[in-house]
Design a protein around this ligand. Structure first.
Ligand code: GLU
Length: 326
């Protein structure tokens, strides 16, 4: 039987980590080829191309690296892959998934996965996650769903997924919306329709800087006051509650928003920002009047990725449209 072609890339992360010597912490050393050897069943499901694009902790991935990984993945689809799987660290998975999803212009699925337990730990979840991710990438029902994250038997859309636990095996969730699907006895089952997506052109520039600050009680305005002088091209704020800041922050934001795009998201970890509920100074109605945009359901980190990409393709003037679509 002619098996479908599947492409897998390893970028590093806990799934690729082990300790060199007993008592030392784990570091990324395991290649894509070795990861593949941990899931021998896969050879009965697909013809696999595997590549190690990096061996990095995911905190050290950057947008330029992701653009080169994207170009590798695009090439794999051109070469006939029915889907692509990327393994990486989970710490920044919610951001990389969002980044790829805004740029993934194929019907074929791009699936990201990783592990919460390193390769030599008892109950290591890497092989199970990798095999699940491959099953999702090979499933006909995964077409036209863009980029998804598969972890711990669940399938999450890139635009919703967040890392909501630091060390637990069940570390990922899609607050408010829930997972798009799951694996039931190794079968891919979707329980929600595909999320709405608009694909952006590749950024023509990559030197833009988008700052991200979180509102906190009794915070000074020193960093905020220096955002423009430091040369930032955009600003995202993780605001209190439904997207609020203090009076002193609101005053500074008014000046910043005259020069660069400012997005206010919620720092709560779940739910949407408001639009028309609170009228106090620093409330969302006041911030909108002062020129800021509200992130809706986008968390601060996803809003920052979106703004960076929009600036990169000179579409920051259309920010409101992209935020509304979410
Ligand atoms: N917990 C992280 C992981 O799952 C640590 C390292 C990283 O993100 O690369 O991979």
């Amino acid at each position: 039987m002619d098996l479908p072609k599947l492409a897998i890339a390893a970028l590093g992360g806990t799934v690729s980590m082990q300790a060199r010597n007993a008592g030392e912490g784990v570091i990324p050393t395991i290649s894509g080829e070795t990861l593949l050897a941990s899931v021998p069943e896969l050879t009965t499901l697909a013809r696999v191309t595997v590549e190690t694009l990096g061996l990095l902790p995911s905190a050290s991935l950057d947008f330029d690296f992701l653009l080169s990984a994207l170009s590798w993945a695009n090439f794999q689809i051109k070469q006939g892959a029915v889907g692509v799987v990327i393994t990486q660290g989970t710490d920044t998975l919610e951001e990389t998934a969002t980044f790829f999803d805004h740029l993934w212009d194929h019907e074929e699925p791009l699936i990201l996965t990783g592990a919460m337990r390193s390769a030599a730990q008892p109950g290591a979840d890497g092989p199970a996650n990798l095999l699940d991710a491959c099953r999702v990438a090979l499933a006909e029902d995964s077409r036209l769903r863009g980029v998804q994250v598969v972890m711990n038997g669940q399938i999450h859309p890139a635009c919703r997924v967040r890392k909501t636990d630091s060390l637990a095996v069940q570390a990922f969730s899609s607050p408010v919306f829930g997972p798009a699907g799951m694996l039931v006895e190794n079968v891919v089952r979707y329980v929600r329709p595909p999320a709405h997506r608009t694909v952006l052109p590749l950024p023509q520039q990559t030197t833009q800087k988008v700052a991200m600050l979180e509102a906190s009680l009794s915070a000074d305005t020193l960093l905020l006051e220096n955002i423009l002088e430091l040369g930032y091209d955009g600003l995202v704020i993780g605001g209190f509650g439904a997207g609020h800041v203090s009076e002193s922050w609101a005053e500074v934001i008014k000046h910043i928003a005259k020069k660069i795009p400012v997005i206010i998201a919620t720092r709560t970890g779940s739910g949407s920002t408001a639009q028309s509920s609170y009228g106090f100074i620093g409330g969302e109605m006041d911030l909108i009047r002062k020129g800021a945009s509200m992130a809706g359901f986008l968390c601060p980190r996803k809003a920052r990725v979106l703004l960076w990409l929009l600036i990169g393709c000179q579409r920051e003037d259309e920010l409101a449209r992209y935020l509304l679509e979410d």
